[in-house]
Design a protein around this ligand. Sequence first.
Ligand code: BDR
Ligand code: CA
Length: 309
Amino acid sequence: MRVILDCDPGHDDAIAIILAASKISPLEIVGITTVSGNVSVEKNTLNALKICDVVGLTDVPVAQGMPRPMYREVKSAEAIHGETGLDGPDLPENPHTKQIDQHAVDFIIEQLTHTTEPITLVPTGPLTNIGMALVKEPAIKKNIKEIVLMGGGTYGNWTPAAEFNIYVDPEAAKTVFNSGVPIKMFGLNVTHTVLATDETVNDLKQIDNPVAAFVSELLAFFIQSYKDHFDFPGGAVHDACTVAHLIDPSIFTFEHVHVDVETKGDLTYGMTIIDRLGVGENEPNVHFASGLDHEKFWSLFRNAIASYS
Ligand code: BDR
Ligand code: CA
């Protein structure tokens, strides 16, 4: 399955990339595109290049994308991911992997225009690049197999109503959710149950390879951040859910429902409106993740990281 990972790495984005690039993954990574989100797009790109070095993805194109949301001011999440966006591990400042000289939006359009096989888009940051690509070249829709995204949910983590990725660029999110392209959505209602804990870190320390060491350092920082910021017992590896699902579709369960995005409410903009009871007039447009087999998830996570040995 051909995928484009559109991300703002980000500890949990990094883990998504690591799962996708692992030896247990059937995914063919067509490219990694970056967007403004957890930190600036430049820092997110640098982080993506560093992650590529760690996992040996040195010939996968990395394209930098939108430096800001469609209409709104930049918002970022240093409070969770640190000043670099990937605080914790100590990585060389100058990665060997280099970014390509093409804007992410144009890269996405070009790949979707010329592919002979539909491509799955996996956005794990704000939806600015995907929204822009759909607006700039609507014909790409026919070659998008599916959009498998992390965002939204039945409650918020940035405001009481809104999850970070959707809150940052609600207009882009609305464009994506109303595009008619098949969507799978992993929101906070499931991703907050996928918590890496101190036990996860200790277990990773038993695996003898550099990727396991990298992930354990990432998680040590991230878990502390979730304890400090949200008083959670561990760090929610939100973005990794998307890739775990693509590797093993039996992990998560879904409800086929209608989802739209609030862009106007003073208190509610960035909220995903999920019609679980079908009380609205609109046809279902999203497969909404509502449950998972935790044991399967964590065994996939461990096997993926161990596969780098
Ligand atoms: C999302 O926000 C970011 O901080 C994470 O990387 C994840 O994509 C969770 O709300
Ligand atoms: Ca992210």
